[in-house]
Design a protein around this ligand. Structure first.
Ligand SMILES: *Cc1c(COP(=O)(O)O)cnc(C)c1O
Length: 398
């Protein structure tokens, strides 16, 4: 077996240098835990990046993988396949949507939504109606169009010219959104909670307000639930908290519990804008990945994991707020369910590294926000253990 030092040397030599990786190599996972190539164990409060909602190597996911791998891995979308049909039906039965398009990532799901919005608005209204209003500090992906939709210059720098047709307004500001929407607006694109941008939860009137602005203007409301979907915030979809429904929703990260899959869901009247031949994906919704997503979503629903996320999230957020009295570098604790951010008065990176040294994997979201996103199967003991580690690390690195 190749030793850790050699692996890290080869990583530095052979990878495109696009990631700032932690100096460990993970080799195995089970439930809430992962192990590195030196045999060290970690409590995983990252879930990948909010991906493995059912934890690592969940028996039902592993079973679905084994069965699908021995049955039918791939057929093209020129044919029907049962797992994809069952998955689309299940997603429709458990959301606002009537129709589903499958792809392979969050960025691709957003690309599909953006293409749909342009086509819908041009056909329904006029040929110059193609603009999308998104929000500052948002994150929608790294392809050119989704990067252009993303409201963060640090990700866009160097890749100009960006795709035209995007405007950005401050998040959680209905007045700014109202001023930005005009006769050229095809859609409004928002995360129900900004994840990557620092875990920002909008005012409860925000999504209902956006719904109203969209209804008045004819613009589509697209919610990017790539991070917030699949139960993470305590309901299956985060838009449910607001009591209004979008026209289009994008999903990915946790959809197949770690096997790449994305989906774009839309209402009937909107979805019809994409007819045969207008959009496609070679790998989108293969029997293999659809079987795994089906196992993931079924398990999530049967085991009521969104409710668990809400409960565990409250416990973690209460615990984090409790730590604030002892650790002045901890600021506001925000989030919903198991998407939690803690504002810091110091850089997050050294804290993330110190937690890792103490056997706890956590994320940051921007420079000064600590982000916790454990698998939805997390239990009380693991929450308390993570809080104890944070307490220790904060005390030692104040
Ligand atoms: C991660 C993320 C994306 C991009 O997903 P990829 O699968 O990396 O393309 C898009 N939107 C949101 C809200 C995300 O969190």
């Amino acid at each position: 077996m190749t030793d850790t030092r050699t692996l890290l040397e080869w990583s530095a030599r052979y990878h495109a240098n696009t990631y700032g990786r932690a100096p460990i190599c993970l080799v195995r996972g089970e439930g809430l835990r992962v192990w590195d190539s030196d045999g060290r164990e970690y409590l995983d409060f990252t879930s990948g990046l909010a991906v493995v909602a059912l934890g690592h190597c969940h028996p039902r996911v592993t079973g679905a993988i084994q069965e699908a791998a021995g049955t039918l891995l791939h057929v093209s979308n020129l044919f029907h396949s049962a797992p994809q049909i069952h998955l689309a039906k299940l997603l429709v039965e458990h959301s606002f949507a009537d129709r589903v398009f499958f792809c392979n990532s969050g960025a691709e799901a957003n690309e599909a939504a953006l293409k749909l919005a342009r086509k819908y608005a041009k056909e329904r209204f006029s040929s110059d109606r193609y603009e999308v209003v998104a929000t500052r500090n948002s994150f929608h992906g790294r392809t050119l169009a989704t990067l252009s939709a993303t409201g963060q210059e640090k990700y866009q720098h160097g890749f100009e010219p960006l795709v035209p047709g995007f405007k950005h307004v401050p998040y959680d500001d209905l007045g700014a959104m109202e001023r930005a929407i005009d006769s050229r607006t095809a859609a409004v694109l928002v995360e129900p909670i900004q994840g990557e941008g620092g875990v920002h939860v909008p005012d409860e009137g925000y999504l209902p307000g956006l719904r109203k602005l969209c209804d008045e203007s004819g613009a589509l409301l697209i919610v990017d639930e790539v991070q917030t979907g699949m139960g993470r915030t305590g309901t299956l979809w985060a838009y449910e908290h607001a009591g209004v429904e979008p026209d289009v929703m994008t999903v990915a990260k946790a959809l197949a519990n770690g096997v790449p899959m994305g989906a774009m869901l839309a209402r009937e009247s909107v979805a019809t804008a994409l007819g045969p031949g207008t959009h496609a994906s070679t790998f989108g919704g293969t029997p293999f990945v659809a079987s795994i997503a089906l196992a993931t979503l079924t398990t999530l629903l049967e085991e009521k994991l969104p409710e668990r996320a809400a409960r565990m999230g409250r416990r973690l957020m209460d615990g984090l707020r409790g730590l604030r009295s002892r650790h002045p570098s901890l600021g506001e604790v925000r989030g919903r369910g198991l998407l939690i951010g803690v504002e810091l008065s110091r850089p997050a990176a050294p804290l993330v590294a110190a937690c890792r040294d103490q056997g706890l994997l956590v994320l940051s979201a921007g420079d000064q926000v600590l982000r916790l996103a454990p698998p939805l199967i997390v239990d009380e003991a693991a929450c308390d253990s993570a809080l104890a580690t944070l307490d220790r690390v904060l005390g030692a690195t104040a």
